[in-house]
Design a protein around this ligand. Structure first.
Ligand code: HEC
Ligand code: HEC
Ligand code: HEC
Ligand code: HEC
Ligand code: HEC
Ligand code: HEC
Ligand code: HEC
Ligand code: HEC
Ligand code: HEC
Ligand code: HEC
Ligand code: HEC
Length: 422
């Protein structure tokens, strides 16, 4: 019995060694060991309900010093240390070691011990997982991710625990351990409280450029809408939602490269991993610049007005695009749903201008000083002021030039008295 000596060291000292040396099965040995342990007022016996470990695996696997004598390094011993308390506190509280490991009730452990894979009991998740990029990476530079890379092997959290703050932090740390460059910006309102998988789907994770991704343009309203119901209900119906649904499935345009023909999605306006809370100091300018990327003409005209100039300087009290148009229920001003429809425009302006009356709202929010038909008085004023300005500049410039010529001529002309000064 080559391993007898090992076993002698392994079994707690108060366990009858004879039983093992007579070649009894491990189960019988640990029943004895368990009985002894239960009789003794040890901490282990007091804490551990026996039904999580009927085979007594913890007697060895809970004792790192004992394991250490059978494996090459302390790290191996620590890796092999699995107590029944860990299982009892996990999602697998109703499972025992032997639910997942079969053939290990004998010692020495046989070579053909079997371990159930997660997949064998969780078919639903396994099927979804098999559709995703973690099971089938597109590039060969990264290893596929497995169930245990995200869930761990033994300290598996329940769904409820996965959704509390500690569970979210731990899971996100797992994601970031492989996706090192993808943590959220610190100012992102999701950074501390929201699961990465909330946007990327936990099992059916797809490449962000794939049409099947949870953050593909057509899927964003549903994905973000789990947490942002109001925005997600209003957006698909408005001018942008309508334009998006007619433009069909596309990949997400980067914020700085969209043309007017591209319809925005949630993340075109809000950003991906670097969103800002609406109260953040830079949010208004960011949002206005976002609209301006596509609606260049209206934006340029807006920046010519009091509202636009003050916004560009960082004012939070004047009107930015969404104060007049809304953010997620944007319609053409001629549509009855628009905040700027003639029936509603007074109400919209009156949120800031209590005195708003029909004459007041006839003010042009996007004036074009070059368009005499649209903005006659402004056109006149613009032309008048500029004519005056350029007129003054030209007369002043010409005057200066002639004066300068005059000085040059004066300097070159020989003095009348032959160069002698009185
Ligand atoms: C008598 C002490 C002892 C008991 C009791 C014991 N084991 Fe082990 N087990 C070990 C040691 C030591 C190792 C590491 C060296 C080896 O594999 O022989 C190990 C290794 C293992 C491994 C890893 C095998 C591998 O090669 O990766 C598994 C799985 C395992 N045990 C499961 C169990 C289960 C399940 C039980 C209860 C049914 C159990 N063990 C009971 C001592 C024990
Ligand atoms: C829900 C299933 C499940 C339960 C319950 C479970 N295990 Fe495991 N265990 C696994 C899986 C999966 C692995 C990883 C196997 C692999 O990597 O090939 C594993 C690995 C191990 C290993 C080897 C560790 C390593 O890093 O190689 C040991 C030792 C072990 N388990 C012991 C136990 C003991 C002791 C218990 C009971 C206290 C237990 N397990 C309960 C699923 C389980
Ligand atoms: C022997 C079958 C079995 C194996 C193998 C198994 N599980 Fe489980 N698992 C269960 C049972 C039973 C439950 C509790 C009932 C439920 O919620 O599905 C559970 C629960 C869970 C839960 C929590 C579900 C919830 O709704 O709270 C997660 C997460 C989980 N298992 C992940 C894993 C992972 C990861 C593995 C592989 C390391 C694994 N399971 C292996 C049977 C198993
Ligand atoms: C990329 C990380 C990741 C991988 C890989 C992964 N999961 Fe999950 N899993 C999660 C997250 C995150 C949740 C929580 C989802 C939620 O909050 O709705 C979860 C939830 C679960 C649940 C609870 C029930 C449910 O459907 O929400 C089970 C069971 C589960 N996973 C099993 C598995 C199995 C089995 C595998 C391997 C086939 C696996 N997981 C692979 C991240 C992962
Ligand atoms: C609020 C939703 C949201 C959350 C939360 C989120 N992401 Fe993303 N993620 C996105 C969007 C949208 C993209 C698409 C690219 C972009 O717009 O930045 C993306 C892109 C990615 C990519 C692909 C990047 C590339 O350039 O190829 C990875 C990997 C990724 N995210 C991982 C994570 C991880 C890890 C976390 C958690 C730390 C996380 N994501 C949290 C929305 C989210
Ligand atoms: C064990 C490492 C590992 C873990 C943990 C992991 N991933 Fe991944 N992830 C990968 C690999 C490998 C790919 C495929 C990369 C490829 O094909 O280029 C990937 C791809 C992705 C992609 C698609 C990236 C793209 O370029 O379009 C997203 C999004 C993603 N993972 C999110 C997550 C989230 C969210 C979590 C945590 C819940 C997570 N990952 C956990 C390894 C991991
Ligand atoms: C056309 C650009 C645009 C699109 C598309 C857009 N948003 Fe917004 N969103 C904004 C602006 C601008 C604000 C700031 C409103 C404010 O300051 O009150 C905002 C505010 C928010 C807020 C915080 C305040 C609130 O109204 O709840 C959330 C959450 C939000 N958006 C989520 C979404 C989601 C989810 C989507 C996709 C369904 C989306 N947004 C699409 C521009 C947009
Ligand atoms: C799992 C839930 C969850 C998902 C999914 C999610 N968010 Fe959020 N979001 C939050 C939480 C929590 C906050 C911070 C609390 C708050 O202000 O509402 C937040 C904040 C925000 C804010 C700032 C709101 C404010 O009032 O300042 C915006 C904008 C936003 N999310 C947009 C999005 C977009 C766009 C998506 C989809 C790509 C998305 N979120 C997906 C939970 C989520
Ligand atoms: C990615 C480009 C893009 C962004 C960003 C964007 N829009 Fe649009 N917008 C469009 C498209 C495309 C349409 C629909 C085509 C059309 O009707 O002219 C549209 C339609 C509109 C309409 C209705 C126009 C009409 O004549 O029917 C208004 C008003 C509008 N957007 C305002 C805004 C505001 C305000 C913002 C910022 C909060 C914004 N847009 C952000 C592309 C964009
Ligand atoms: C003070 C309120 C106000 C602000 C601020 C404002 N607009 Fe407008 N916008 C209007 C009104 C009123 C109309 C309709 C009459 C017109 O065409 O000028 C309009 C028209 C438009 C139109 C033409 C489609 C339509 O609905 O008639 C677009 C596109 C537009 N605005 C985009 C923007 C963008 C982008 C910004 C920010 C850069 C912005 N607006 C800021 C009030 C505003
Ligand atoms: C979010 C608040 C807000 C909204 C909504 C708003 N404004 Fe203003 N507006 C201001 C502030 C603040 C000023 C600065 C002067 C003041 O306090 O009256 C201003 C200034 C003005 C001025 C005087 C500056 C100038 O260019 O001569 C006019 C006219 C004006 N707004 C028209 C409108 C009209 C018309 C609407 C509706 C289509 C509107 N505003 C919507 C906040 C707003």
């Amino acid at each position: 019995m080559p391993r007898l000596f090992g076993l002698r060291v392994l079994i707690p000292t108060n366990t009858p060694l004879l039983a093992a040396s007579r070649g009894l099965t491990l189960a019988a040995t640990v029943v004895l060991a368990g009985a002894t342990a239960l009789a003794a007022p040890s901490a282990l016996a007091a804490q551990a309900p026996a039904d999580h470990d009927p085979d007594g695996c913890s007697l060895c696997h809970g004792e790192v010093e004992l394991l250490r004598q059978h494996v090459p390094t302390l790290a191996d011993a620590e890796r092999f240390t699995v107590t029944e308390e860990v299982i009892a506190a996990s999602a697998h509280v109703d499972e025992s070691c032997s639910s997942c490991h079969s053939g290990y009730t004998r010692w020495p452990h046989p070579d053909d011990g079997q371990t159930e894979s997660c997949v064998s009991c969780h078919e639903e998740q396994a099927e979804l997982f098999d559709l995703g990029i973690h099971a089938h990476p597109l590039s060969t530079s990264m290893e596929p991710a497995a169930c245990v890379d995200c869930h761990g092997t033994h300290a598996v959290r329940t769904l409820e625990q996965l959704r509390d703050t500690a569970g979210i932090h731990a899971m996100n740390a797992n994601c970031v351990s492989c996706h090192e460059t993808q943590s959220l910006a610190l100012h992102d309102p999701h950074a501390d409280s929201v699961s990465c998988a909330g946007c990327h789907s936990p099992h059916d994770t797809r490449g962000v450029g794939q049409a099947t991704s949870a953050i593909a343009p057509m899927s964003q309203a549903a994905t973000c809408g789990v947490c942002h119901e109001e925005a997600a209900e209003a957006f698909p119906l408005d001018a942008h939602g309508a334009a998006l649904s007619t433009s069909g499935l596309r990949t997400i345009p980067a914020l700085d490269s969209v043309g007017y023909d591209a319809a925005p999605t949630c993340t075109t306006c809000h950003g991906g991993h670097d969103m800002l809370a609406v109260e953040a100091p830079d949010a208004i300018v960011l949002h206005v610049d976002g609209c301006a990327n596509c609606h260049m003409v209206e934006a340029e005209r807006y920046f010519g007005t009091y509202h636009g100039k003050a916004t560009a300087l960082g004012s939070h009290v004047v009107a930015s695009c969404d104060d007049c148009h809304g953010a997620h229920g944007i319609y053409a001003s001629t549509s009855p749903e628009s905040w700027l429809h003639e029936e509603r425009v007074i109400e919209t302006c009156a949120t800031c201008h209590e005195q708003a009356r029909p004459a007041f709202v006839s003010y042009d929010s996007h004036p074009d000083p070059m368009d005499p038909d649209r903005n006659g008085p402004l056109f006149m004023a613009f032309i008048g002021m500029n004519t005056l300005l350029f007129g003054v500049l030209i007369v002043f410039g010409l005057h200066t030039f002639l004066w300068w010529v005059r000085i040059l001529i004066d300097q070159r002309r020989p003095k009348a008295d032959g160069g002698h000064h009185g």
